[in-house]
Ligand binder design. Structure first.
Ligand SMILES: [Zn+2]
Ligand SMILES: [Zn+2]
Length: 252
């Protein structure tokens, strides 16, 4: 099984090398030609510290649980985000969201895979946070799945996009308080027990803002008897969640 994924990963890399050769990419951060993320912009990415809250990623003196999460623990076991929502990471999120830039997801996959491997999480599958059917039809792709696919290949795990569905529309989370955000996304997801029962899932999304959506997705997975849910996001936007939610929800 692992060999199959190694072969797929190699084929996928070869494909992107060929695409880059025919259409030389530009750096998402500074526009320099020749790569998706240039070495300078790569260096400027401020990676999050492991000394943070296991549920929300807020910086702490040691890895643990922050006061707020102690009062409201989520349905998932743990979260890691690669970096703050700023600079080249912000550009990548926006490009993934509005331009389906698959090359970028390929470029960040090694960073995301490295983060998962450093945590030594035991996982059975990768599941992207789904869009609603309406938003999927409008956009034509799900940016979380675009991000999750090359990551799953790198990790040698299956990606199970059908394991989780968004079964109702939700409003924008902007200007909603904690309770309203929770109510807004409660019951918005449904997981397939045939796919997730007894399995350890890596739930993937592009940005962590307040965690309400990820928590609702994790609740659905747990209701379908998923045994363990770890969350990975490319970016985290803890203290500017409203501004970021606004920015990434302007268009569909
Ligand atoms: Zn650059
Ligand atoms: Zn916390």
């Amino acid at each position: 099984m692992a060999d199959k994924y190694a072969l797929l990963a190699a084929a996928y890399s070869a494909f992107w090398n060929a695409v880059d050769w025919v259409f030389p990419p530009k750096c998402a951060g500074c526009g320099a030609e020749g790569c998706q993320i240039c070495p300078e912009c790569l260096q400027k990415i401020r990676l999050t510290s492991r000394e943070s809250c296991v549920y929300c990623g807020r910086a702490l003196p040691v890895r643990g649980v922050c006061t707020s999460c102690r009062l409201h623990p989520p349905a998932y076991q743990e979260i890691r985000s690669l970096a703050g929502y700023e600079g080249v990471i912000r550009e990548i999120v926006v490009n993934l969201k509005y331009h389906s830039d698959l090359g970028l997801s390929h470029a960040v996959a090694p960073l995301l895979a490295g983060l998962v491997q450093s945590e030594k999480w035991q996982l059975d599958m990768v599941v992207p946070v789904p869009l609603s059917e309406k938003h999927y039809q409008q956009r034509g792709y799900n940016q979380a799945a675009v991000l999750a696919f090359p990551l799953a290949l790198r990790l040698g795990l299956p990606m199970r996009a059908r394991a989780l569905a968004r079964i109702r529309e939700t409003q924008s989370q902007v200007r909603l308080n904690r309770a309203q955000r929770k109510a807004n996304v409660q019951g918005a997801f449904l997981a397939d027990p045939l796919l997730v029962s007894g399995k350890r899932v890596l739930l993937v999304d592009d940005v962590f803002t307040t965690g309400a959506t990820l928590n609702a997705a994790a609740e659905a997975l747990r209701s379908a008897r998923c045994s363990d849910v770890r969350v990975l996001t490319l970016a985290q936007a803890l203290d500017k969640s409203d501004a970021v939610e606004k920015e990434i929800s302007i268009k569909v």
